[in-house]
Design a protein around this ligand. Structure first.
Ligand SMILES: Nc1ncnc2c1ncn2[C@@H]1O[C@H](COP(=O)(O)OP(=O)(O)O)[C@@H](O)[C@H]1O
Ligand SMILES: O=P(O)(O)O[C@H]1O[C@H](CO)[C@@H](O[C@H]2O[C@H](CO)[C@@H](O)[C@H](O)[C@H]2O)[C@H](O)[C@H]1O
Length: 471
Protein backbone atom coordinates (compact mmCIF):
# COMPACT_ATOMS: atom_id res chain seq x y z
CA UNK A 1 0.00 0.00 0.00
CA UNK A 2 1.56 3.21 -1.14
CA UNK A 3 -0.72 5.92 0.30
CA UNK A 4 0.92 6.35 3.70
CA UNK A 5 2.10 9.92 3.16
CA UNK A 6 -1.46 10.98 2.27
CA UNK A 7 -2.93 9.12 5.25
CA UNK A 8 -0.33 10.66 7.53
CA UNK A 9 -1.25 14.15 6.29
CA UNK A 10 -4.99 13.50 6.88
CA UNK A 11 -4.46 11.99 10.32
CA UNK A 12 -2.11 14.82 11.40
CA UNK A 13 -5.17 17.02 11.36
CA UNK A 14 -7.72 14.47 12.64
CA UNK A 15 -5.87 12.61 15.40
CA UNK A 16 -5.09 15.58 17.74
CA UNK A 17 -8.79 16.50 17.72
CA UNK A 18 -9.88 13.15 19.20
CA UNK A 19 -10.85 12.99 22.88
CA UNK A 20 -8.48 10.05 23.43
CA UNK A 21 -5.44 11.79 21.94
CA UNK A 22 -3.03 12.16 24.87
CA UNK A 23 -0.45 14.44 23.25
CA UNK A 24 -2.41 17.67 23.79
CA UNK A 25 0.01 20.30 25.01
CA UNK A 26 3.12 18.54 23.59
CA UNK A 27 4.74 20.36 20.68
CA UNK A 28 5.67 18.70 17.41
CA UNK A 29 3.58 15.62 16.90
CA UNK A 30 5.16 13.88 13.88
CA UNK A 31 3.05 10.94 12.66
CA UNK A 32 4.22 7.73 11.03
CA UNK A 33 2.20 4.70 9.91
CA UNK A 34 3.88 1.79 11.75
CA UNK A 35 1.43 -0.97 10.85
CA UNK A 36 -1.23 -1.27 8.18
CA UNK A 37 -3.26 -4.49 8.35
CA UNK A 38 -6.16 -5.23 6.04
CA UNK A 39 -8.99 -6.60 8.23
CA UNK A 40 -11.63 -6.97 5.52
CA UNK A 41 -11.40 -10.64 4.61
CA UNK A 42 -13.36 -10.36 1.31
CA UNK A 43 -10.74 -9.71 -1.41
CA UNK A 44 -13.26 -7.84 -3.64
CA UNK A 45 -14.93 -5.59 -1.07
CA UNK A 46 -15.50 -1.96 -2.15
CA UNK A 47 -15.18 -0.66 1.41
CA UNK A 48 -12.02 -1.98 3.05
CA UNK A 49 -11.21 -1.82 6.79
CA UNK A 50 -7.52 -1.20 7.42
CA UNK A 51 -6.10 -1.18 10.92
CA UNK A 52 -3.40 1.48 11.14
CA UNK A 53 -0.99 1.75 14.05
CA UNK A 54 0.28 5.32 14.15
CA UNK A 55 3.45 6.33 15.95
CA UNK A 56 3.50 9.93 17.20
CA UNK A 57 6.88 11.46 18.08
CA UNK A 58 7.30 14.86 19.73
CA UNK A 59 9.79 17.74 19.66
CA UNK A 60 10.36 17.40 23.43
CA UNK A 61 12.32 14.20 22.81
CA UNK A 62 10.08 12.33 25.29
CA UNK A 63 8.64 8.88 24.58
CA UNK A 64 6.57 8.39 21.42
CA UNK A 65 2.91 7.37 21.64
CA UNK A 66 1.14 4.70 19.60
CA UNK A 67 -2.48 4.91 18.51
CA UNK A 68 -4.76 2.42 16.86
CA UNK A 69 -6.80 3.96 14.04
CA UNK A 70 -8.98 1.56 12.04
CA UNK A 71 -10.04 3.33 8.83
CA UNK A 72 -12.47 2.37 6.10
CA UNK A 73 -11.38 3.35 2.59
CA UNK A 74 -14.08 3.38 -0.09
CA UNK A 75 -13.26 3.27 -3.73
CA UNK A 76 -16.79 4.36 -4.72
CA UNK A 77 -18.65 7.63 -4.29
CA UNK A 78 -19.17 8.93 -0.74
CA UNK A 79 -22.63 10.29 -1.62
CA UNK A 80 -25.37 8.86 0.51
CA UNK A 81 -22.86 7.31 2.89
CA UNK A 82 -23.28 8.35 6.51
CA UNK A 83 -19.97 8.07 8.30
CA UNK A 84 -17.28 10.05 10.04
CA UNK A 85 -15.17 11.41 7.23
CA UNK A 86 -11.44 11.75 7.82
CA UNK A 87 -10.59 12.95 4.30
CA UNK A 88 -9.84 12.01 0.73
CA UNK A 89 -6.78 10.13 -0.51
CA UNK A 90 -5.76 8.80 -3.93
CA UNK A 91 -6.86 5.29 -2.84
CA UNK A 92 -10.36 6.50 -1.89
CA UNK A 93 -12.46 8.30 0.69
CA UNK A 94 -11.20 7.68 4.23
CA UNK A 95 -13.64 7.22 7.14
CA UNK A 96 -13.25 6.49 10.85
CA UNK A 97 -13.54 2.70 10.71
CA UNK A 98 -15.23 2.41 14.11
CA UNK A 99 -18.05 4.77 13.11
CA UNK A 100 -18.74 2.92 9.90
CA UNK A 101 -21.20 0.04 9.44
CA UNK A 102 -18.93 -1.80 6.96
CA UNK A 103 -15.91 -1.28 9.18
CA UNK A 104 -17.64 -2.64 12.27
CA UNK A 105 -19.03 -5.60 10.32
CA UNK A 106 -15.53 -6.43 9.02
CA UNK A 107 -14.16 -6.28 12.55
CA UNK A 108 -16.79 -8.72 13.83
CA UNK A 109 -16.15 -11.09 10.92
CA UNK A 110 -12.43 -11.05 11.76
CA UNK A 111 -13.25 -12.02 15.36
CA UNK A 112 -15.89 -14.60 14.39
CA UNK A 113 -13.49 -16.37 12.04
CA UNK A 114 -10.61 -16.32 14.50
CA UNK A 115 -8.55 -14.69 11.73
CA UNK A 116 -4.83 -14.00 11.95
CA UNK A 117 -3.00 -11.58 9.64
CA UNK A 118 0.39 -9.94 9.99
CA UNK A 119 0.59 -10.81 13.69
CA UNK A 120 -2.95 -9.65 14.53
CA UNK A 121 -4.83 -12.65 15.92
CA UNK A 122 -8.48 -12.94 16.95
CA UNK A 123 -9.46 -15.29 19.79
CA UNK A 124 -13.06 -16.04 20.78
CA UNK A 125 -14.16 -18.27 23.66
CA UNK A 126 -17.34 -19.31 21.84
CA UNK A 127 -18.99 -19.05 18.44
CA UNK A 128 -19.93 -15.39 18.00
CA UNK A 129 -23.23 -14.44 16.39
CA UNK A 130 -23.29 -12.26 13.28
CA UNK A 131 -24.93 -9.07 14.56
CA UNK A 132 -25.44 -5.46 13.53
CA UNK A 133 -23.12 -2.89 15.09
CA UNK A 134 -23.92 0.32 16.95
CA UNK A 135 -21.07 2.57 18.13
CA UNK A 136 -21.34 3.62 21.78
CA UNK A 137 -22.28 7.33 21.72
CA UNK A 138 -19.70 9.15 23.79
CA UNK A 139 -16.03 9.11 22.83
CA UNK A 140 -14.06 8.25 25.95
CA UNK A 141 -10.53 6.98 26.50
CA UNK A 142 -11.25 4.27 23.92
CA UNK A 143 -13.93 3.55 21.34
CA UNK A 144 -16.57 0.91 22.01
CA UNK A 145 -19.00 -0.80 19.61
CA UNK A 146 -22.09 -2.76 20.65
CA UNK A 147 -23.10 -5.75 18.48
CA UNK A 148 -26.82 -6.51 18.59
CA UNK A 149 -27.58 -6.44 22.27
CA UNK A 150 -25.14 -9.27 22.90
CA UNK A 151 -21.54 -8.00 22.94
CA UNK A 152 -19.58 -4.82 23.53
CA UNK A 153 -16.19 -4.51 21.84
CA UNK A 154 -13.70 -1.98 23.20
CA UNK A 155 -11.00 -0.96 20.76
CA UNK A 156 -8.05 0.44 22.69
CA UNK A 157 -6.99 3.73 21.13
CA UNK A 158 -3.66 4.41 22.78
CA UNK A 159 -1.60 1.25 22.63
CA UNK A 160 1.02 0.17 25.15
CA UNK A 161 3.15 -2.92 24.62
CA UNK A 162 1.81 -5.92 26.55
CA UNK A 163 -1.46 -7.44 27.65
CA UNK A 164 -4.00 -4.78 28.55
CA UNK A 165 -4.87 -4.92 32.28
CA UNK A 166 -8.58 -4.65 31.43
CA UNK A 167 -8.47 -8.04 29.67
CA UNK A 168 -6.07 -9.53 32.22
CA UNK A 169 -8.02 -8.55 35.35
CA UNK A 170 -11.47 -9.26 33.89
CA UNK A 171 -10.31 -12.74 32.90
CA UNK A 172 -8.90 -13.39 36.39
CA UNK A 173 -12.15 -12.29 38.06
CA UNK A 174 -14.33 -14.25 35.63
CA UNK A 175 -12.26 -17.39 36.28
CA UNK A 176 -12.64 -16.81 40.03
CA UNK A 177 -16.43 -16.92 39.47
CA UNK A 178 -16.97 -13.22 40.28
CA UNK A 179 -20.50 -11.95 39.68
CA UNK A 180 -19.13 -8.40 39.53
CA UNK A 181 -17.67 -8.46 35.99
CA UNK A 182 -19.12 -8.97 32.50
CA UNK A 183 -17.90 -12.20 30.89
CA UNK A 184 -14.96 -11.85 28.45
CA UNK A 185 -15.88 -13.36 25.05
CA UNK A 186 -13.16 -12.40 22.55
CA UNK A 187 -10.04 -10.31 22.02
CA UNK A 188 -7.61 -9.16 19.34
CA UNK A 189 -3.89 -9.46 20.02
CA UNK A 190 -1.23 -7.89 17.86
CA UNK A 191 2.40 -6.84 18.13
CA UNK A 192 3.82 -3.55 19.33
CA UNK A 193 7.56 -2.99 19.54
CA UNK A 194 7.95 -6.76 19.25
CA UNK A 195 5.70 -7.44 22.29
CA UNK A 196 2.34 -9.30 22.10
CA UNK A 197 -0.21 -6.56 22.78
CA UNK A 198 -3.99 -6.37 23.34
CA UNK A 199 -5.68 -4.32 20.59
CA UNK A 200 -9.36 -4.92 21.43
CA UNK A 201 -11.50 -6.70 24.02
CA UNK A 202 -15.09 -7.98 23.74
CA UNK A 203 -17.40 -8.76 26.68
CA UNK A 204 -21.03 -9.67 27.20
CA UNK A 205 -23.14 -6.55 26.77
CA UNK A 206 -25.19 -5.95 29.92
CA UNK A 207 -28.31 -4.68 28.19
CA UNK A 208 -30.29 -3.97 31.33
CA UNK A 209 -27.42 -2.31 33.19
CA UNK A 210 -27.85 1.24 34.47
CA UNK A 211 -24.69 3.31 34.76
CA UNK A 212 -23.79 4.31 38.33
CA UNK A 213 -23.03 7.87 37.24
CA UNK A 214 -26.52 8.37 35.78
CA UNK A 215 -28.24 6.78 38.78
CA UNK A 216 -26.25 9.03 41.11
CA UNK A 217 -27.11 12.13 39.07
CA UNK A 218 -30.82 11.24 39.24
CA UNK A 219 -30.55 11.11 43.03
CA UNK A 220 -28.73 14.46 43.17
CA UNK A 221 -31.39 15.98 40.93
CA UNK A 222 -34.12 14.80 43.32
CA UNK A 223 -32.31 16.39 46.24
CA UNK A 224 -31.81 19.71 44.49
CA UNK A 225 -35.46 19.79 43.48
CA UNK A 226 -36.54 19.38 47.13
CA UNK A 227 -34.96 22.46 48.71
CA UNK A 228 -36.13 21.61 52.26
CA UNK A 229 -35.26 17.93 52.42
CA UNK A 230 -32.02 16.17 53.29
CA UNK A 231 -30.21 13.51 51.27
CA UNK A 232 -31.76 10.63 53.23
CA UNK A 233 -35.29 12.05 52.95
CA UNK A 234 -35.72 12.48 49.19
CA UNK A 235 -37.31 9.85 46.95
CA UNK A 236 -34.11 9.14 45.07
CA UNK A 237 -31.85 8.45 48.06
CA UNK A 238 -28.79 6.62 46.66
CA UNK A 239 -27.26 5.44 49.97
CA UNK A 240 -28.49 1.82 49.81
CA UNK A 241 -26.94 1.52 46.32
CA UNK A 242 -23.74 3.21 47.50
CA UNK A 243 -23.51 0.70 50.34
CA UNK A 244 -23.98 -2.25 47.95
CA UNK A 245 -21.37 -0.74 45.66
CA UNK A 246 -18.95 -0.56 48.58
CA UNK A 247 -19.56 -4.24 49.31
CA UNK A 248 -19.09 -5.17 45.62
CA UNK A 249 -15.81 -3.25 45.49
CA UNK A 250 -14.55 -5.03 48.62
CA UNK A 251 -15.55 -8.40 47.13
CA UNK A 252 -13.66 -7.65 43.90
CA UNK A 253 -10.60 -6.70 45.95
CA UNK A 254 -10.92 -9.90 47.94
CA UNK A 255 -11.18 -12.02 44.75
CA UNK A 256 -8.16 -10.28 43.21
CA UNK A 257 -6.13 -10.77 46.38
CA UNK A 258 -7.08 -14.45 46.36
CA UNK A 259 -6.08 -15.02 42.73
CA UNK A 260 -3.03 -12.77 42.24
CA UNK A 261 0.03 -11.86 44.32
CA UNK A 262 -0.20 -9.52 47.32
CA UNK A 263 2.51 -7.85 49.37
CA UNK A 264 2.53 -6.49 52.95
CA UNK A 265 2.70 -2.68 52.99
CA UNK A 266 5.93 -2.22 54.98
CA UNK A 267 7.72 1.07 55.70
CA UNK A 268 9.74 0.88 52.48
CA UNK A 269 6.57 0.36 50.43
CA UNK A 270 4.85 3.32 52.07
CA UNK A 271 7.95 5.46 51.55
CA UNK A 272 7.87 4.59 47.86
CA UNK A 273 4.16 5.48 47.73
CA UNK A 274 4.82 8.89 49.28
CA UNK A 275 7.67 9.52 46.80
CA UNK A 276 5.40 8.53 43.93
CA UNK A 277 2.62 10.88 45.07
CA UNK A 278 5.14 13.75 45.25
CA UNK A 279 6.37 12.90 41.77
CA UNK A 280 2.83 12.95 40.35
CA UNK A 281 2.28 16.30 42.02
CA UNK A 282 5.48 17.67 40.42
CA UNK A 283 4.04 16.86 36.99
CA UNK A 284 0.65 18.37 37.80
CA UNK A 285 2.15 21.57 39.27
CA UNK A 286 4.21 22.07 36.14
CA UNK A 287 1.11 21.77 33.96
CA UNK A 288 -1.61 23.57 35.98
CA UNK A 289 -0.66 26.77 37.79
CA UNK A 290 -3.91 26.87 39.82
CA UNK A 291 -2.56 24.03 41.98
CA UNK A 292 0.39 26.08 43.30
CA UNK A 293 -1.37 27.54 46.39
CA UNK A 294 -2.04 24.02 47.69
CA UNK A 295 1.43 22.56 47.19
CA UNK A 296 2.59 22.72 50.82
CA UNK A 297 -0.60 21.22 52.22
CA UNK A 298 -0.58 18.48 49.57
CA UNK A 299 3.02 17.56 50.31
CA UNK A 300 2.29 17.43 54.05
CA UNK A 301 -0.62 15.04 53.44
CA UNK A 302 1.60 12.84 51.23
CA UNK A 303 4.40 12.73 53.82
CA UNK A 304 1.89 11.53 56.44
CA UNK A 305 1.72 8.25 54.49
CA UNK A 306 5.27 7.36 55.57
CA UNK A 307 4.37 6.84 59.24
CA UNK A 308 1.26 4.68 58.82
CA UNK A 309 1.22 1.37 60.70
CA UNK A 310 -0.29 -1.89 59.44
CA UNK A 311 -2.22 -0.75 56.38
CA UNK A 312 -4.04 -3.31 54.23
CA UNK A 313 -1.65 -5.37 52.02
CA UNK A 314 -0.96 -4.16 48.50
CA UNK A 315 -2.52 -6.06 45.59
CA UNK A 316 -3.84 -5.63 42.02
CA UNK A 317 -6.73 -3.17 41.92
CA UNK A 318 -9.08 -1.49 39.43
CA UNK A 319 -6.96 1.64 39.23
CA UNK A 320 -9.49 4.21 37.98
CA UNK A 321 -12.69 3.39 39.81
CA UNK A 322 -15.50 5.91 39.53
CA UNK A 323 -19.28 5.94 39.09
CA UNK A 324 -18.92 5.84 35.30
CA UNK A 325 -17.18 2.46 35.59
CA UNK A 326 -19.97 0.55 37.30
CA UNK A 327 -23.31 -0.77 36.07
CA UNK A 328 -26.25 -1.77 38.23
CA UNK A 329 -27.81 -4.99 36.92
CA UNK A 330 -30.53 -7.13 38.51
CA UNK A 331 -28.05 -9.12 40.59
CA UNK A 332 -26.08 -6.14 41.88
CA UNK A 333 -23.13 -3.99 40.77
CA UNK A 334 -20.77 -4.88 37.93
CA UNK A 335 -17.37 -3.15 37.56
CA UNK A 336 -15.70 -2.66 34.20
CA UNK A 337 -12.75 -0.88 32.55
CA UNK A 338 -9.97 -2.37 34.70
CA UNK A 339 -7.48 -0.51 32.54
CA UNK A 340 -6.29 1.85 35.29
CA UNK A 341 -5.75 5.54 34.61
CA UNK A 342 -5.46 5.87 30.84
CA UNK A 343 -2.64 8.44 31.01
CA UNK A 344 -0.37 6.19 33.10
CA UNK A 345 2.09 3.91 31.29
CA UNK A 346 0.81 0.31 31.46
CA UNK A 347 3.83 -1.01 33.43
CA UNK A 348 2.94 1.49 36.19
CA UNK A 349 -0.69 0.39 36.15
CA UNK A 350 0.03 -3.26 36.87
CA UNK A 351 2.07 -2.81 40.04
CA UNK A 352 0.61 -3.89 43.39
CA UNK A 353 -1.17 -0.99 45.07
CA UNK A 354 -3.27 -0.20 48.10
CA UNK A 355 -6.93 -1.15 47.59
CA UNK A 356 -7.70 2.21 49.20
CA UNK A 357 -6.80 3.84 45.90
CA UNK A 358 -10.02 2.43 44.42
CA UNK A 359 -11.99 3.49 47.48
CA UNK A 360 -10.58 7.01 47.12
CA UNK A 361 -11.52 7.04 43.41
CA UNK A 362 -15.12 6.22 44.22
CA UNK A 363 -15.30 8.72 47.06
CA UNK A 364 -14.12 11.41 44.65
CA UNK A 365 -16.83 10.34 42.25
CA UNK A 366 -19.60 10.99 44.78
CA UNK A 367 -18.21 14.48 45.10
CA UNK A 368 -18.15 14.84 41.30
CA UNK A 369 -21.78 13.71 40.95
CA UNK A 370 -22.95 16.31 43.45
CA UNK A 371 -20.74 19.12 42.13
CA UNK A 372 -21.24 18.56 38.41
CA UNK A 373 -24.85 19.62 38.70
CA UNK A 374 -23.78 22.89 40.27
CA UNK A 375 -21.54 23.93 37.39
CA UNK A 376 -24.17 26.30 36.04
CA UNK A 377 -25.50 27.26 39.48
CA UNK A 378 -22.46 28.74 41.20
CA UNK A 379 -24.52 31.57 42.71
CA UNK A 380 -26.73 29.31 44.88
CA UNK A 381 -24.87 28.77 48.19
CA UNK A 382 -27.68 26.68 49.72
CA UNK A 383 -27.25 24.15 46.92
CA UNK A 384 -23.50 24.05 47.50
CA UNK A 385 -24.22 22.91 51.04
CA UNK A 386 -26.71 20.31 49.76
CA UNK A 387 -24.02 19.00 47.40
CA UNK A 388 -21.57 18.42 50.25
CA UNK A 389 -24.29 16.77 52.27
CA UNK A 390 -25.27 14.39 49.41
CA UNK A 391 -21.66 13.45 48.79
CA UNK A 392 -20.87 12.85 52.50
CA UNK A 393 -24.03 10.78 52.95
CA UNK A 394 -23.14 8.48 50.04
CA UNK A 395 -19.41 8.38 50.80
CA UNK A 396 -20.28 7.16 54.30
CA UNK A 397 -22.63 4.52 52.91
CA UNK A 398 -19.98 3.30 50.44
CA UNK A 399 -17.36 2.98 53.21
CA UNK A 400 -19.89 1.19 55.45
CA UNK A 401 -20.59 -1.37 52.72
CA UNK A 402 -16.90 -1.79 51.97
CA UNK A 403 -16.05 -2.26 55.65
CA UNK A 404 -18.83 -4.77 56.23
CA UNK A 405 -17.47 -7.02 53.43
CA UNK A 406 -13.73 -6.52 53.94
CA UNK A 407 -13.68 -6.38 57.73
CA UNK A 408 -11.96 -2.96 57.78
CA UNK A 409 -13.73 0.36 57.34
CA UNK A 410 -11.60 2.45 54.94
CA UNK A 411 -12.16 5.49 57.14
CA UNK A 412 -10.05 3.76 59.83
CA UNK A 413 -7.06 4.26 57.51
CA UNK A 414 -7.68 8.01 57.35
CA UNK A 415 -4.22 9.35 56.48
CA UNK A 416 -3.73 6.93 53.60
CA UNK A 417 -7.26 7.44 52.28
CA UNK A 418 -6.86 11.22 52.52
CA UNK A 419 -3.55 11.13 50.61
CA UNK A 420 -5.08 8.97 47.86
CA UNK A 421 -8.14 11.22 47.61
CA UNK A 422 -5.91 14.24 47.22
CA UNK A 423 -3.77 12.46 44.64
CA UNK A 424 -6.90 11.52 42.70
CA UNK A 425 -8.19 15.08 42.84
CA UNK A 426 -4.83 16.34 41.55
CA UNK A 427 -4.97 13.77 38.73
CA UNK A 428 -8.48 15.00 37.94
CA UNK A 429 -7.33 18.62 37.79
CA UNK A 430 -4.82 17.57 35.16
CA UNK A 431 -7.38 15.38 33.35
CA UNK A 432 -9.96 18.17 33.22
CA UNK A 433 -7.36 20.75 32.12
CA UNK A 434 -6.58 18.52 29.14
CA UNK A 435 -10.00 17.15 28.26
CA UNK A 436 -12.85 19.14 29.88
CA UNK A 437 -11.60 22.58 30.97
CA UNK A 438 -15.13 23.63 31.96
CA UNK A 439 -15.10 21.03 34.73
CA UNK A 440 -11.73 21.88 36.29
CA UNK A 441 -13.40 23.77 39.15
CA UNK A 442 -14.80 20.51 40.55
CA UNK A 443 -11.51 18.85 41.49
CA UNK A 444 -9.84 22.20 42.24
CA UNK A 445 -12.51 23.08 44.80
CA UNK A 446 -12.07 19.62 46.32
CA UNK A 447 -8.32 20.09 46.65
CA UNK A 448 -9.08 23.38 48.36
CA UNK A 449 -11.56 21.74 50.73
CA UNK A 450 -9.50 18.63 51.45
CA UNK A 451 -6.34 20.61 52.19
CA UNK A 452 -8.32 22.94 54.45
CA UNK A 453 -7.43 26.13 52.59
CA UNK A 454 -7.97 29.10 54.95
CA UNK A 455 -9.91 31.10 52.34
CA UNK A 456 -12.30 28.21 51.90
CA UNK A 457 -12.70 27.73 55.66
CA UNK A 458 -13.82 31.32 55.90
CA UNK A 459 -16.27 31.00 53.01
CA UNK A 460 -17.95 27.75 54.12
CA UNK A 461 -19.35 28.48 57.62
CA UNK A 462 -21.72 31.19 56.45
CA UNK A 463 -23.50 28.68 54.23
CA UNK A 464 -23.44 25.87 56.77
CA UNK A 465 -24.56 28.08 59.67
CA UNK A 466 -27.60 29.42 57.84
CA UNK A 467 -28.61 25.91 56.82
CA UNK A 468 -28.16 24.52 60.32
CA UNK A 469 -30.19 27.39 61.71
CA UNK A 470 -33.01 26.45 59.37
CA UNK A 471 -33.28 22.88 60.71
N1 LIG B 1 -20.34 -5.00 29.63
C1 LIG B 1 -20.98 -3.85 29.39
N2 LIG B 1 -22.32 -3.84 29.18
C2 LIG B 1 -22.99 -2.68 28.92
N3 LIG B 1 -22.38 -1.49 28.80
C3 LIG B 1 -21.05 -1.44 28.98
C4 LIG B 1 -20.28 -2.61 29.29
N4 LIG B 1 -18.98 -2.24 29.41
C5 LIG B 1 -18.94 -0.91 29.19
N5 LIG B 1 -20.18 -0.41 28.94
C6 LIG B 1 -20.53 0.98 28.57
O1 LIG B 1 -19.60 1.42 27.59
C7 LIG B 1 -19.03 2.68 27.96
C8 LIG B 1 -17.54 2.69 27.62
O2 LIG B 1 -16.84 1.70 28.39
P1 LIG B 1 -15.45 1.94 29.10
O3 LIG B 1 -14.88 0.59 29.43
O4 LIG B 1 -15.58 2.90 30.24
O5 LIG B 1 -14.59 2.62 27.97
P2 LIG B 1 -13.42 3.70 28.05
O6 LIG B 1 -12.16 2.91 28.32
O7 LIG B 1 -13.45 4.29 26.69
O8 LIG B 1 -13.71 4.68 29.16
C9 LIG B 1 -19.29 2.84 29.44
O9 LIG B 1 -19.64 4.17 29.72
C10 LIG B 1 -20.42 1.89 29.77
O10 LIG B 1 -21.64 2.59 29.94
O1 LIG C 1 -13.60 6.43 32.14
P1 LIG C 1 -12.20 6.71 31.73
O2 LIG C 1 -11.28 5.55 31.88
O3 LIG C 1 -12.10 7.34 30.38
O4 LIG C 1 -11.67 7.77 32.84
C1 LIG C 1 -11.26 9.09 32.56
O5 LIG C 1 -12.40 9.89 32.25
C2 LIG C 1 -13.34 10.09 33.35
C3 LIG C 1 -14.44 11.03 32.84
O6 LIG C 1 -15.20 10.42 31.89
C4 LIG C 1 -12.63 10.70 34.56
O7 LIG C 1 -13.56 10.70 35.65
C5 LIG C 1 -13.85 11.94 36.30
O8 LIG C 1 -15.14 12.38 35.85
C6 LIG C 1 -16.20 11.47 36.19
C7 LIG C 1 -17.51 12.10 35.72
O9 LIG C 1 -17.51 12.26 34.33
C8 LIG C 1 -16.26 11.22 37.71
O10 LIG C 1 -17.25 10.22 37.99
C9 LIG C 1 -14.91 10.72 38.21
O11 LIG C 1 -14.95 10.60 39.62
C10 LIG C 1 -13.83 11.70 37.80
O12 LIG C 1 -12.55 11.17 38.16
C11 LIG C 1 -11.47 9.81 34.97
O13 LIG C 1 -10.80 10.42 36.05
C12 LIG C 1 -10.52 9.65 33.76
O14 LIG C 1 -9.46 8.77 34.11
Amino acid sequence: MTDHSELTALLSDWLPRQRWFAGKGRAGGQLRVEQDIRLTLDAHAKAVLRLLVIKVSYDDGGPSDYYQVPVVIRDDSPFGHEGFLIGESSSGIVYDGLRDADGNAALLTYLRRGASREGLTATAVETLEDLTARPVGAEQSNTSVVYGEAYILKVFRRLWPGMNPDLEITQVLARAGSGHVARPVAWLSGQLSGVPTTFAFMQDYLRTGAEGWLLALASVRDLYAEGDLHADEVGGDFAAEAERLGAATAQVHRDLAGALPTRPADAATLGAVADYLHQRLDGALAAVTELAPFETALRTAYDAVRGIEHPAPFQRIHGDLHLGQVLRVESGWVLFDFEGEPARPVPERTVLESPLRDVAGMLRSFDYAAQSMLLERQDEPALAYRALEWADHNRDAFCRGYGARSGTDPRDEGALLNAFELDKAVYEVLYEARHRPGWIGIPLRSVERLTGDPEQQRAQPAVRASDEGAQ
